[in-house]
Design a protein around this ligand. Structure first.
Ligand SMILES: [Zn+2]
Length: 86
């Protein structure tokens, strides 16, 4: 299964229109910024809640765009960011 199919799967598989048990937006923001503990229950929640997962993807994209913008101003070699992901 490729990544795009996986995203669609997660988005549609766990509808939660009432947002039951959903973490605050602050938590999703922290998650998107990798500022959250690896054992935080919000991680599990986002993997099983389409609403949160969609929101998380949205935040994540915004952060990445912001990061790319900042990097292009400071670093002439955007490839350096790849070394920081491990
Ligand atoms: Zn949720």
């Amino acid at each position: 299964m490729n990544r795009e199919l996986m995203k669609d799967f997660l988005r549609e598989q766990f509808p939660n229109p009432e947002r039951k048990g959903c973490p605050d937006e602050d938590v999703l923001q922290a998650l998107a910024e990798d500022r959250i503990a690896p054992n935080d229950p919000a991680l599990l929640h986002v993997g099983s809640c389409s609403e949160c997962y969609t929101e998380y993807l949205h935040l994540r994209r915004e952060i990445e765009e912001e990061r790319l913008k900042n990097h292009s101003n400071v670093l002439p070699f955007p490839d350096r960011s790849k070394n920081q992901t491990s």
